[in-house]
Design a protein around this ligand. Structure first.
Ligand SMILES: Nc1ncnc2c1ncn2[C@@H]1O[C@H](COP(=O)(O)OP(=O)(O)O)[C@@H](O)[C@H]1O
Ligand SMILES: [Mg+2]
Length: 294
């Protein structure tokens, strides 16, 4: 069991989808600056997620990745800069509006509601008009039996796609962490988003699960754009079409995985430790003057 990428669940036909427009699913963040109490977390950062692409966002701890992610999902209002989604400026982006815009996210950690079953957790994600979080989402669930049944079926399909259908009636707290993460992803996918925002989806996963997550993200990019914040470099290099590198709140590089791997500033700022370990090993074997690093 794992992040099994099954054939895409059938989506609503575009003609019936109120969000469907001829505008491409492109997210453009331009000139974004954010300061917390006068301390710059992001300075003039720009990032574009192209339609159908997986865009990686990497950088050392404190680089500003989560802050930029939070700007993209409306949790943090930037001090400067613009957010364009499908060519429309989003001045009042809020997390509660994401679903109706065709955007879904998972947060660092899992964030499932402990008092709801797995299936109910996923059903909440399907609600496109959820206004402000848990209670209104719950109360806004369609009451008509038919809507409820359709919603339930969609949630079951999303769980099946993630290989988690066996847990539908369980409560999140009783499940292993990797299964909880799959449920959280099913909840994001059930709304059939055009853009998926993922903050550290691989944290807490083992090698096999991470590999399957990579396959799943590649499969998802057939039907949506993905912004992937992740510090597991091998996963990022494997699944991303393009990568933006932040360091101390400043964008230091953007390019394909191959370009990023070869970029001197990136090697220095981010891959530096790994490279230095190899350099140290070479030095240690050759000279007695090897540097010692913490
Ligand atoms: N809510 C906040 N209040 C004050 N400082 C913050 C807040 N969120 C982040 N920061 C600071 O902004 C910088 C970027 O943090 P963050 O975006 O979390 O980085 P990353 O996700 O790359 O590790 C860090 O220096 C962090 O301490
Ligand atoms: Mg972070």
């Amino acid at each position: 069991m794992g992040f099994l990428a099954q054939p895409p669940s059938q989506s609503g036909s575009p003609a019936n989808d109120p969000r469907s427009t001829s505008r491409p699913s492109r997210l453009e963040l331009t000139g974004i600056s954010v300061a917390f109490g006068g301390v710059a977390a992001l300075t003039d950062v720009s990032l574009t997620v192209e339609p159908g692409q997986v865009h990686g966002l990497i950088g050392p701890n404190g680089a500003g990745k989560t802050t930029l992610f939070n700007v993209a999902c409306g949790l943090v209002r930037p001090d400067a800069g613009t957010i364009l989604w499908r060519d429309r400026e989003q001045r009042r982006l809020r997390p509660s509006r994401l679903t109706s815009l065709g955007i879904a996210r998972t947060l660092q950690g899992v964030g499932l509601f402990p008092g709801l079953s797995v299936l109910e957790n996923v059903m909440i994600g399907a609600h496109r008009h959820a206004r402000a979080g848990f209670f209104s989402a719950l109360f806004a669930l369609p009451t008509a039996d038919k809507d409820e049944r359709l919603l339930r079926e969609r949630a079951q399909r999303a769980l099946t796609e993630l290989g988690a259908e066996a847990y539908a009636d369980r409560y999140p707290g009783s499940l292993p962490y990797p299964v909880q993460k799959r449920v959280a992803l099913a909840r994001a996918l059930v709304a059939e988003p055009d853009l998926l925002l993922l903050d550290e989806p691989a944290s807490g996963l083992g090698e096999d699960e991470m590999h399957e997550l990579g396959e799943l993200i590649r499969a998802l990019s057939e039907r949506m754009s993905v912004l992937l914040v992740e510090h597991h470099m091998d996963l990022v290099m494997k699944v991303c079409d393009r990568i933006t590198v932040l360091d101390s709140g400043v964008q230091i590089a953007v390019g394909t995985p191959a370009e990023i791997q070869a970029h001197p500033a990136v090697t220095e700022a981010y891959l530096g430790d790994a490279v230095d370990v190899e350099a140290d090993a070479a030095e240690l074997s050759g000279t007695e003057g090897a540097r010692h690093r913490g």
